[in-house]
Design a protein around this ligand. Structure first.
Ligand code: IPM
Ligand code: MG
Length: 379
């Protein structure tokens, strides 16, 4: 996507807040710091790194999943890199202060309405998918998920008592014209920079918010993006088509909840959730800068945390997305993605993407190999 950023001069100071979070978050963020150090050493790129607590780690220390101070720092920096939040340890905390609440607050207060989730099958990993290799080989799609509206944030919401002693749980799916148009615009631009095809996904057959979604996306296409080929699909059909023939898609735009589910499904097409990065972008200011947060699609994976076996690639690819979208450092993003590609082609695998005849390595050794591959590409 063009014009998501304005920063480019080598002299700019780039401030980045790293929020490692819980579970495997800190382990994968450690690998990110190594690459950022490498960019400083070899590319002369200055990043001013800050770090903070988020999720359960912050609950343990401060009693809340995100402090005011950390929120303010997130608002002040150029970009946020987030590991993952949550875990069984905090399953019983109040709903309002659960680790996930931090994530939702960051998205909402930073105004990160567009969540870009690419699902790309690395050639070396076509066998790692549970689908047949010919269905997924060469797959390269992008899901643009609306991230600050819909049923995640709609009012009214809550659980109330009923006179008959039962209870009632309510959430509200709501979208306005503006909310639909701004995320659709990002999706159209993303599509225009790729194959020029966009599929908009909702349930216009049963939901008014879906009908509005379809009408507004259609209108925006006619007004501003006539060269992008727009199709529409119901969300249930899209879920089915993604496993039947995922390569029919290029860019998909959809709401918050459908996007949550379809992006997990798309991730699994690529072999592992451990491979998928994401970028969450806000409105561009007058200089063209957008607030942004980058995080892997995977969660905190408490079952494997602390064992040095997590796959750091989704986090590193999120760093590559940051280089591209927040700082227009396309050459360096290419370097990092190229290094990851080379390491995978060389047969290195963390346990989640392990295959016959491959070398199973730890998080740290995967990191070491990617650093060496970076050196080699840069030589
Ligand atoms: C995601 C996650 C989050 C979401 C959770 C952790 C709140 O599943 O980023 O996809 O539902 O948005
Ligand atoms: Mg999800």
């Amino acid at each position: 996507m063009a014009k998501t950023t304005g920063k480019e001069a080598m002299t700019t100071e780039r401030t980045v807040l790293i929020l490692p979070g819980d579970g495997i978050g800190p382990e994968v963020c450690r690998q990110v710091r190594r690459v950022i150090d490498w960019l400083g050493r070899t590319q002369g790129l200055v990043f001013k790194l800050e770090d903070g607590l988020v999720g359960g780690a912050s609950i343990d220390q401060h009693g809340v999943p995100l402090t005011e101070e950390t929120m303010q720092r997130a608002l002040a920096v150029d970009a946020v890199l987030l590991g993952a939040v949550g875990g069984p340890k905090w399953d019983d905390v109040d709903f309002d202060i659960r680790p996930e609440a931090a994530l939702l607050r960051l998205r909402s207060e930073l105004g990160l309405f567009a969540n870009i989730r690419p699902a790309k099958v690395f050639p070396a990993l076509a066998d790692a998918s549970t689908l047949k290799p010919d269905v997924v080989a060469g797959l390269d799609i992008v899901i643009v998920r609306e991230l600050t509206g819909g049923i995640y944030f709609g009012e009214p919401r809550g659980i109330s008592e009923l006179p008959d002693g039962g209870r009632r749980g309510v959430n509200t799916q709501v979208y306005t014209t503006d909310e639909i148009r701004r995320v659709a615009a990002i999706a159209f631009e993303t599509a225009a920079a790729r194959s020029g095809r966009l599929c908009s996904v909702e349930k216009a057959n049963v939901m008014e918010s879906g009908r509005l979604w379809r009408e507004e996306v259609t209108r925006l296409q006619a007004e501003s993006y006539p060269s992008v080929e727009l199709t529409h699909m119901y969300a249930d059909n899209c879920a089915m088509q993604l496993v039947r023939n995922p390569k029919q898609f290029d860019v998909i735009v959809t709401d918050n909840l459908f996007g949550d589910m379809l992006s997990d499904e798309a991730a699994m097409l690529t072999g592992s959730l451990g491979m998928l990065p994401s970028a969450s972008l806000g409105e561009a200011d007058r200089a063209g800068h957008r607030r942004a947060m980058y995080e892997p699609v995977h969660g905190s994976a408490p079952d494997i945390a602390g064992r040095d076996i997590a796959n750091p690639i989704a986090m590193l690819l999120s760093l590559a997305m940051m280089l591209r979208h927040s700082f227009a450092l396309h050459d360096q993003a290419d370097l990092l993605e190229g290094a990851i590609d080379n390491v995978l082609s060389g047969g290195m695998r963390t346990q989640d993407i392990m295959g016959p005849g491959m070398a199973r390595v730890s998080t740290g050794v995967m990191g070491d190999s990617i650093m060496r591959a970076l050196d080699k590409l840069n030589a």
